[in-house]
Design a protein around this ligand. Structure first.
Ligand SMILES: Cc1cc2nc3c(=O)[nH]c(=O)nc-3n(C[C@H](O)[C@H](O)[C@H](O)COP(=O)(O)OP(=O)(O)OC[C@H]3O[C@@H](n4cnc5c(N)ncnc54)[C@H](O)[C@@H]3O)c2cc1C
Length: 406
């Protein structure tokens, strides 16, 4: 017979931790709900950090996922700022850096990921920034003033968003990417080319294939970017946008099954039946890799929270993320296209177009839609239903795609 659940602990109070706590209370959990967070600010969403917050256009309150009243009503036993340092699955306990030991019946690991800084010494250099937390965004935002020079190391989504925001504030931006193209892990070359042109058009100096960069602090407080002893640029600040490290160490050290992140089933359950994981830290059950996206963190956490309470709640969402750069809303739906995927281009307007990728049978694999949220909505339904799509109609902007019923 199942034991009654009276104590649930959540580690991490980001997108996944917040939605899990909300769902547990909404679904009627009345026991002790403990949340451990190593950040002061909790239950806030990160996408605006590299966009509106960096631009100085959004106050911290607006990032909060729930109102103060709703959070108070959740009646949470908070431990913050506090770091969980160990999980003992046999004892059903979590140890904090303060020495406090928390007992649980069910545990959710929602520790997310953290900004990767490939060279450790960079962390101690002045004027080197990452963008992961509210504090990061405020610190960097204060440095982005017109006429200042910024270098971005890494041409992924966060680096590109920071570039766009900085240009909006009149900052001179140079972007250095080790690889041959931008966002190479998530999009095909034609999309990388579009992104590169977009940024160059806005005055960003894009340096692809940049080689290994060294950062050297100068006597005047600036930073020199050097390669093989040669100074490539002198700047006032550097943003490292070199991807994220999955924060799976707690689960790994506790002996849970791991790959890139924590392995979970479609209910968010790890290899230990009383430990769940959701968000960036959990491997997507259908795809087999971690997805770092706002929607994934929220929806996987909702599903895991319900499962902790004994409800059958499979999580099977297709990956979806968005990015805002200048006046372009870019949405990426589905798994990254392969070289076998068939590309269909749909140009619906000057600044509205989509890269649509089909498999051999004409089913949607993925799409990158620029300023076309409606098409993405439809795409989600096509993906779910496995709709076979006629390429000629997709490419024809005069065809109303709503007629292609899922
Ligand atoms: C700048 C930025 C912009 C983004 N923009 C977009 C976007 O436009 N669209 C999109 O879809 N996605 C975007 N994302 C990704 C999205 O925000 C993340 O996928 C999402 O925040 C993941 O939520 P999470 O709860 O899994 O992890 P997180 O939000 O990282 O939360 C995890 C929390 O756990 C804490 N923690 C970790 N270890 C411990 C420990 N041992 N003890 C206590 N606490 C711990 C962390 O400090 C953190 O507060 C963006 C991310 C960033 C950083």
């Amino acid at each position: 017979m199942n034991q009654p659940i009276s104590r649930i602990v959540i580690i991490g109070a980001g997108q996944a931790g917040a939605w899990a706590a909300h769902t547990l209370r909404e679904q009627g959990f009345t026991g002790v709900l403990t949340v451990v967070s190593d950040e002061h600010s909790v239950f806030y969403e990160r996408p605006p950090l590299s966009k509106q917050v960096l631009a100085g256009e959004m106050a911290p309150k607006a990032l909060q996922l729930f109102s103060d009243e709703s959070i108070a009503a959740m009646n949470i036993d908070w431990h913050k700022p506090a770091r969980a340092t160990a999980i003992d699955p046999r004892e059903h306990s979590v140890t904090l850096d303060s020495g406090t030991v928390l007992a649980y019946d069910k545990l959710l690991i929602a520790t997310g990921s953290r900004a990767r800084v490939p060279v450790q010494e960079w962390q101690s250099l002045p004027n080197v920034f990452t963008v992961r937390t509210l504090d990061d965004a405020h610190r960097l935002g204060a440095r982005l003033q017109a006429g200042k020079r910024l270098a971005i190391l890494g041409g992924g989504w966060i680096g590109l968003e920071v570039a766009a925001t900085a240009r909006k504030k009149g900052v001179e931006v140079s972007l250095f990417e080790l690889g041959e193209r931008l966002c190479a892990r998530s999009v095909r070359p034609e999309v990388s080319d579009f992104l590169c042109e977009l940024h160059q058009h806005q005055g960003v100096e894009v340096r692809l294939d940049c080689g290994l960069i060294e950062l050297v602090a100068t006597d005047t407080g600036t930073l020199n970017l050097c390669r093989a002893g040669q100074v490539l640029a002198e700047v006032d600040a550097v943003v490292v946008g070199a991807g994220a490290d999955i924060a799976a160490e707690l689960g790994r050290d506790a002996g849970l099954a791991t790959g890139q992140g924590l392995i979970v089933d479609d209910q968010g359950q790890t290899s230990d039946p009383d430990i769940y994981a959701a968000g960036d830290v959990a491997i997507h059950p259908k795809l087999g890799f971690c997805i770092q996206s706002w929607a994934n963190a929220q929806n996987q956490a909702i599903s895991a929270a319900k499962a902790m309470l004994g409800q059958d709640s499979p999580y099977q969402d297709d990956p979806w993320i968005w990015s805002d750069q200048y006046d372009r809303n870019i949405q990426i739906l589905g798994t990254p296209a392969t070289t076998d995927s068939r590309l269909v281009l749909r140009q619906s307007g000057d600044n509205q177009f989509s890269f649509i990728y089909l498999d051999n049978d004409g089913r949607l694999e993925s799409m990158i839609a620029v300023n076309d949220a409606k098409l993405v909505k439809l795409g989600k339904r096509w993906l779910k239903a496995g709709t076979v799509l006629p390429a000629d109609q997709l490419a024809d902007p005069t065809v109303n795609l709503m007629t292609l019923k899922p």
